[in-house]
Design a protein around this ligand. Sequence first.
Ligand SMILES: NC(=O)c1ccc[n+]([C@@H]2O[C@H](COP(=O)([O-])OP(=O)(O)OC[C@H]3O[C@@H](n4cnc5c(N)ncnc54)[C@H](OP(=O)(O)O)[C@@H]3O)[C@@H](O)[C@H]2O)c1
Length: 277
Amino acid sequence: MGNEIRALAGDYPGFDFLYTDIDELDITDPLKVDAFFRENQPRAVINCAAYTAVDKAESDEPTAYLINAKAVENLSKSAAGIDALMVHISTDYVFDGNSPVPYNETDLTNPQSAYGRSKLAGEEAVRNNAGKGIILRTSWLYSAFGNNFVKTMMRYGSERDELKVVFDQVGTPTYARDLAGTILDIIPSALQNSGTELFHYSNEGVASWYDFAKTIMALAGIECQIKPILTKNYPLPAPRPCFSVLNKSKIKEIYKIEIPYWCDSVKHCIQRLQYEV
Ligand SMILES: NC(=O)c1ccc[n+]([C@@H]2O[C@H](COP(=O)([O-])OP(=O)(O)OC[C@H]3O[C@@H](n4cnc5c(N)ncnc54)[C@H](OP(=O)(O)O)[C@@H]3O)[C@@H](O)[C@H]2O)c1
């Protein structure tokens, strides 16, 4: 996510960007976060850092909370101290997946995994500590950078004749570049906010992981058979919501944004991976 913001920065000449990773600023250290903010005086802070190892979090919940909740409290408090906007990314995994219709921001949360619980605690940390904040819940994030489903499928698909992918978890893939652009577009107006607003953001449309994998193979021109399987036949430590489609009406109405269809964005990402990155 952070790399996609960096990749888009050239399109926003009105902003000065300052990037940090754990080497420059460990966000679990409240004193360092506060000193860094006071020294650099950002007007907005975009927290792309997180503990995202969903399965590992089941056996390492304290570390997931440290990064996904306590560090978010540190950032939110220090952002409030310099009157900066706190932009935070959360997840569809705060829901249990039992809804028959896309989730609204006002729907009851009920995380089923340690990761989901730690991310929900992070949302609370923003709400309780940021002077002005935006929380964007997103789902199934992928990009041209780092490790993610698109890159993993392209790699495995080139090495194997057949892959088994679950078809009974339904959600929406989200291209981190699209989310990055939306964040940068809405910041000028969000700077005027007071309090914290919660939004849902994913690409448009709906898919299972099986559909997502089939689409990746077709768009990348990779000859690999994708076979649908049930989640119960691919057991993992952390339970995932079987349905986590997000309703994006609120962000579209308030900020007048158009969101790309998920297949179009996967195509864009694969083209970058094949020809640019
Ligand atoms: N990936 C998804 O499918 C998905 C879905 C929904 C929501 N989200 C949310 O979207 C956001 C971005 O996710 P992502 O996939 O871009 O995550 P990511 O690729 O795992 O990147 C997270 C980054 O946080 C850094 N980090 C970890 N601990 C840190 C610390 N103490 N101080 C400073 N940096 C630290 C990591 O550094 P190291 O690499 O050095 O550890 C890594 O660069 C997260 O909030 C995530 O919860 C993700």
